[in-house]
Ligand binder design. Structure first.
Ligand code: T1G
Length: 698
């Protein structure tokens, strides 16, 4: 037996215990250990039942993703499951924590499944650009029905044990997994219950076989939101084989479909995203032994859109919040918005009906900055001007308790300058949340020159505790995400001057996979925000500024780069915008031309990649994978494209260098010249991935 899998005997029950931290993934050692243990237990005359359980915090969390892309080693998971199904004795899966992917597929090969109440069960392969590759597309629908099965597999969302029991995915909810399973096994023996394998049970397929429209409707609903991803459609097709293809033949087809997907760039991108996110949250260059400071209460300054969203994030995690405003009216408005948002979520069934009141009870609304005194972490989310930030930090410094971490939510500003107005620069850092702050996962944690390591760890630890993905970045204008966004925005302006229209640029980026193009996004956010920021810095974007000067500030004025019908958010191309662009270009003596889609894509994306390389050179971001995570979770970069730096490796750095050099010359734009790092990597035939950690090298 391998160390990862042990075999014990309890009365006449063989206990197969998988112990492969951190999540009992099905590495080759684990697969081999299970395979040998099942065969040994089945051959042992003293054994009458077999229980499969895991040590540690969870049941098997799936195949070992680090093995993907490498030569497969026997036994394959399908062989292990077949060995289980070949047992003449009942095999019971004892589930706690999560049974995901191959872990659930293995449990589906068992005769019975029991789980503790807070266990979760799911097939999330679609989130890795895959489909369940060890019989899940054929066994799960036989357990829960094809309509519910296709929804689980296409969304990849897990379900809890109670719902699993309701749908027949598990046979019983037990107090503790191993003891509960052993007791369940005793019952089986006493009742002489027949052994029925899912592979031989088509009882839940009868209705859908008789009326294919049932399954077709469920599959269509599940794949409706699919945006250019291959895996969801492949998942739905594989599940449909339960209705018309014999089990073993369908298993072969499933394997072929899996192998096709796993080799696909989309799956590589999603695997990269999975590991890059987990690497990004590990704070580098902090000495061992440094611990985060304890945080019992958080003070949020500003109850507006950002402050309210941030306060909700902490209350959602059960952390008490002091919400501070300058006046009762602003406070009441902010609290009202939070309550309305929670009520709406409860009305949709997203949280229990009594949760809004419980979470509101965690929010202590106060007027006056002196109320920061009880907080261990203070987050400022006030108006985005340096003067106001400095005034607020001066007041926070005068009132906050010693050792409190002082965070600013600024999107752009120099945090070293803000820290300098306090007597405690070592406690000052940035926590840049993204709107809507109670929804968006990304939090850029900005390390200023004097930020103490334990203050930094306090911010990243707390961000994770409230379900965010914290990425540590350095101080510069716009940090990482907004700095690259500004580069893309400038290229968007340049493309309009060259001859493109807003709807043409947006169409290229939505086809690339963004849910919304930059011009429609600008209209949604409000064009005056960027306009004011450019004015503050003495920068003029001729067309963007002309649009604002014409009173076209976006959806809030029913017109921006597009026009909007009353009550509608649907962007409609507006000939007046084309006239405005033409007039501006004529005034500037520019001749516009037709711009092709490929040129639009290259001029919008490659300069961003170049800026990402510059950010790495300046050590504002530690790894290319961090930049990918920031764009995936803060700016809606399409998951199946892996992030800007991952995408650059797919295109090839040599190609990107050549195209940037071409545009720099032909457009007379020296800023487009490739950075030294990009040029060096291209010359070496290297990739950005080579600068990542081992796991995120793809
Ligand atoms: N393989 C390898 N490593 C994994 C892993 C996996 N499946 N899951 C997690 N890890 C590592 C992770 O990289 C991190 O490592 C550590 O475990 C803790 O993870 C055949 C083909 C289980 C809900 O998609 O959803 O089965 O950074 O930080 O927040 O059809 O991990 O510490 O070095 O996420 O407590 C399908 C993926 C695979 C589940 C736990 N399974 N994992 O969350 O910890 S494909 C999945 C998760 C498959 C079959 C197909 C979560 C978790 P490090 P963590 P967590």
């Amino acid at each position: 037996m391998s160390d990862a899998v042990k075999l014990a005997l309890v009365d006449y029950c063989a206990l197969i215990i998988i112990d492969a931290p951190p999540v009992n993934a099905l590495s080759v050692a684990v697969r081999r250990g299970i395979f040998e243990s099942v065969q040994a237990a089945n051959a042992d005359a003293a054994v009458r039942t077999i229980v499969m359980t895991c040590a540690g915090r969870t049941f098997i969390a799936g195949a070992d993703i680090t093995e993907f892309g490498k030569p497969p080693q026997p036994p394959a998971l399908n062989e292990v499951i077949t060995a289980i199904e070949s047992c003449s004795k009942p095999v019971i899966a004892a589930i706690h924590g999560t049974a995901l992917g191959g872990g659930l597929e293995l449990a589906l090969g068992c005769h019975f499944r029991v789980a503790v109440k807070d266990a979760k069960l799911g097939l999330p392969e679609v989130k890795l650009g895959l489909l369940p590759g060890a019989g899940g597309t054929q066994r799960l629908p036989r357990a829960v029905g094809p309509e519910f099965g296709v929804r689980m597999i296409v969304t990849g969302e897990p379900i809890g044990a109670p719902e699993a029991l309701d749908h027949g995915l598990i046979d019983e909810i037990v107090e503790s997994q191993a003891d509960g399973a052993i007791a369940f096994a005793r019952k089986l023996v006493a009742e002489q219950r027949p052994l029925l394998l899912l592979r031989n049970d088509d009882s839940k397929l009868v209705a859908a076989k008789a009326d294919r429209s049932l399954f077709a409707a469920a599959a269509a609903a599940a794949t409706k939101k699919n945006r250019g991803l291959n895996a969801p459609l492949a998942c739905a097709e594989a599940v449909s084989w339960t209705l018309d293809t014999p089990f073993d033949e369908a298993l072969k087809k499933e394997r072929e479909a899996f192998l096709k997907l796993v080799a696909d760039d989309q799956a590589k991108a999603q695997r990269h995203a999975f590991f890059a996110e987990r690497e990004a949250v590990k704070v580098r260059d902090v000495a061992d032994g440094v611990k985060p400071r304890p945080v019992g209460r958080v003070a949020i300054i500003g109850a507006g859109t950002m402050g309210g969203g941030i306060a909700m994030s902490f209350a959602n995690a059960g952390i008490p919040v002091t919400l501070i405003e300058t006046g009762e009216e602003q406070l009441t408005r902010g609290l009202g918005t939070m309550r309305k948002n929670w009520d709406a979520t409860a009305a949709r069934g997203g949280i229990p009906a009594d949760e809004p009141a419980k979470r509101m009870a965690l929010i202590d609304g106060k007027v006056g900055l002196e109320n920061v005194r009880d907080a261990d972490l203070v987050i400022e989310a006030v108006f985005e001007t340096m003067a106001i930030k400095k005034a607020v930090f001066t007041a926070i410094d005068a009132n906050a308790r010693p050792g409190a971490v002082l965070a600013t939510n600024t999107s752009y500003l120099d945090i070293n300058e803000i820290a300098a107005v306090t007597r405690r620069p070592q406690d000052v850092l940035g926590m840049h949340f993204f709107s809507p702050a109670n929804i968006m996962k990304l939090c850029e944690v900005v390390r200023a020159k004097q930020t103490a390591p334990d203050a930094l760890l306090t911010a990243t630890t707390l961000a994770k505790r409230i379900g965010k993905t914290p990425v540590v970045v350095g101080v510069c204008h716009g940090f990482v995400g907004n700095r690259m966004l500004a580069v893309r925005g400038l290229q968007g302006e340049a493309l309009l001057k060259s001859g493109a229209l807003p709807e043409e640029v947006d169409a290229v980026l939505t086809r690339f996979g963004f849910s919304m193009g930059p011009f429609a996004m600008g209209d949604l956010a409000g064009l005056d925000i960027g306009w004011r920021s450019r004015q503050d810095r003495g920068i003029r974007w001729d067309i963007a500024d002309a649009i604002c000067e014409a009173g076209r500030l976006g959806q809030k004025t029913s017109k921006g780069y597009y026009r909007y019908e009353p009550g509608s958010r649907a962007p409609i191309p507006d000939p007046k915008v084309e006239q405005l662009i033409d007039a501006t270009c004529k005034r500037l003596g520019l001749t516009r031309r037709t711009i092709g889609d490929q040129e639009i894509l290259e001029r919008m994306i490659y300069p961003m990649i170049n800026e990402g390389a510059r950010i790495l050179e300046e050590k504002i971001a530690a790894r290319p994978g961090d930049i990918d995570v920031i764009w995936l979770y803060g700016y809606g970069w399409p998951i199946h494209r892996g992030g800007p730096m991952f995408y650059a490796d797919l295109v090839g750095l040599r190609t990107i260098v050549e195209r940037l050099e071409f545009y720099a010359r032909s457009l007379n734009e020296p800023a487009l010249k490739p950075t030294a790092l990009l040029g060096r990597l291209a010359d070496e035939g290297a990739t950005f991935a080579s600068l990542n950690t081992e796991k995120t090298r793809g």
